[in-house]
Design a protein around this ligand. Sequence first.
Ligand code: NCD
Length: 459
Amino acid sequence: MTELRHLVSIDDLSLAEMEAIFLKAREISEDLTGWAHLCQGAITATLFYEPSTRTRLSFESATQRLGGGVITAADMRNSSASKGESLADTVRVVSSSYADILVLRHPSEGAARLAADYSGVPVINAGDGSHEHPTQTLCDLYSLWVEHGHLEGLDVVLAGDLRYSRTIHSFAYALARFGANLVCIPQHGFELPGYVVKRLREEFGVEPVRANAKRLGDLAASSDVVYLTPQKPHQLSLFTDAKGKAQDIQHVHAVYMTRPQTERYASGESEDSAQYMQLGKNTMAAEPLKDAVVMHPLPRRDEISADFDSDPRGIYFKQAARGVPVRMALLGAFLGKIDVFDKEPKLPEDLRRGEKDEVSCPKESCISRTEIRHADTKFKIISRVPLQVICAYCSNEIAVGAVGSRTTKQWHPPTSAQLKKVRPEEMAFFEDPEAALAGGFQPAPEVSAETEEIAPPVL
Ligand code: NCD
């Protein structure tokens, strides 16, 4: 039996699969109304626990253009969620005989991963908190691909709220995988989260370099610009010279602007939109931006001034329109009607379920904290030595201060080379050595030896 596929993260699709979706979307866009035979009778359920205009309506339009039907819970606050029903139970019910595919938007990071665990049909993540928004990324990549004919080597500015914008996170991962360069121009205080930068470096091999923002003019006037580029040692020397001078940005292909995600701000984070960066004709007059296309996932507030709408470089409404053919291709693929998937799909990741005595995800809005009845901690090990783990739901780093072996009942420091010999499934992750001791784990001989060496002499 073939494994049921879901689209929870943009990582769930290979580069070849994404390219096949773009080709199909382009074919579909040439005759949008000519595909009503493709998914006749299929039902899409749209479960939205957060507001949406484009994402939900384009999924519903895409389903109907493919000949299918839609059942929708556009505002889950009016559903049994308000009676205390868990996401897991709702998903179990809707994915039984109600629908053939689920499209889910939810405020908790990792919600789509949890839904996929409980669903009998494919789950498509339409945005989970500030984590990811993979289908928006497909629309964004497709737009760039249509405009430029390729993705590799493009210089793409990511601007605005890089911290809470889920569209930015999925887009950055995918651009890095396609070999594009990222120029990060964050609103001050809303830089890319540490876990995203870490993944970009460690999993996708990009290297952050300080960039000289002067040539980018007003757009970058009050930001620390960072240039992220696929790591090719022979190239790196071009970017930081011997005196440590910052990289010049010569030519940008696209500027991707985002709105302040005020609904996710922690208390104390400023909602004063007058302080927020703005893009318009003047900012786009800077030399390196002269022929850059301007993109935005929408909705916008004031971050792109309306006077820019008539500029041919502004493609944000075209980008939204392209959402329909892209989502038609995607639905066709996940409903098994369009052949875009690799013959040998990537093996499911090796995830470890946490026990009660172990560390848990520190992020309060992670689904493992908000849906505790159905979501245990799940660890994804991204490095064995030194040991590094992230939460398998929200991708945040989980700090581990001591690693136990459930076989030997001993604990090791996370930097210990001995961890190579401990199988992931027998590992236990603790916040610190005290927690490991409290859990009944003794220091491994290496730890005892170190302690003996530094122990003060007994007088
Ligand atoms: C985005 C989202 O919901 O993350 N919107 C969308 O899906 N097109 C961007 C946003 O809300 O700012």
